[in-house]
Design a binder for this molecule. Structure first.
Ligand code: FPP
Length: 236
């Protein structure tokens, strides 16, 4: 049997969904699902390293998620804080560069410090880049990019007309290639104000699997599906 050719995407991004439902199915609080979700992040990170994926990004908390009950938000932020502190040695051991992208102004100082510390410590690592989108929304990103371009032009006394290239180079992801593959778990088939600009030509993969159950085998299935796609970028 001939071995099928597999194409490894350079950047895989994941909308992690279904933690609450996973917990409810087990008669537990939502946070129980988020905790198990962290284990899936770890498994997927390990898998990405094994597969030689260069960028793995995850949508951990959207701007809209600030509307959730305070108790759940607090629990999630604590979880994030703990996970970063715990995983930092593993990042170092595996040459992983850890990054967080989003509107930091709403995060606690403690969490910001932990994030800054981990980002600085791993800044020169040349292996996988693990990027967590936190307090992030696609519209926020495009608006902040547009504002940066306009401010710069006004400062220079230029016309405030904007090009796509200028937006692109001012997005919070300007030094990260656009995602090749976007995975969303839990059966929802929408983009939910995630990387709106950056996913213009991304391949989408939707699975019914709830995020806490999404591990290496499920990741491999997504990669297999991706390998079968023919990407034409609007050309013939
Ligand atoms: C979606 O499930 C999940 C989230 C909004 C939070 C995901 C965050 C983590 C797993 C923590 C990640 C930690 C690090 C360090 C990256 P949901 O609550 O919307 O589930 P539901 O749709 O079933 O209600």
């Amino acid at each position: 049997m001939t071995k099928e050719k597999t194409t490894i995407p350079q950047h895989v991004t994941i909308i992690m969904d279904g933690n609450g439902r996973w917990a409810k199915l087990r008669g537990q609080e939502r946070l129980f699902g988020h905790k198990e979700g962290v284990e899936s992040v770890r498994a997927c990170t390990e898998f990405a390293v094994e597969k030689g994926i260069k960028y793995l990004s995850v949508f951990a908390f959207s701007e809209e998620n600030w509307e959730r009950p305070a108790e759940e938000i607090e629990g999630l932020m604590q979880l994030m804080l703990k996970a970063i502190a715990m995983e930092t040695p593993l990042f170092q051991k595996n040459g992983i560069r850890f990054r967080v992208i989003g509107d930091f102004s709403r995060l606690s100082q403690k969490l910001r410090n932990e994030i800054d510390e981990c980002m600085k410590l791993t800044e020169t690592n040349t292996g996988l880049q693990l990027i967590v989108f936190l307090s992030y929304s696609g519209k926020w990103d495009i608006v902040q990019a547009a504002n940066k371009v306009v401010e710069e032009k006004m400062r220079k006394g230029e016309q405030p007309t904007i090009t796509a290239e200028e937006i692109d180079s001012n997005l919070s992801t300007s030094d990260i290639p656009h995602p090749d593959l976007l995975i969303r778990t839990s059966g929802e088939q929408r983009i939910s104000n995630y990387m709106l600009w950056q996913t213009a030509y991304t391949e989408y993969y939707f699975t019914e699997v709830l995020w806490p159950d999404f591990r290496k085998m499920e990741f491999q299935q997504a990669l297999d599906a991706y390998s079968k796609r023919e990407r034409r970028f609007g050309k013939v």
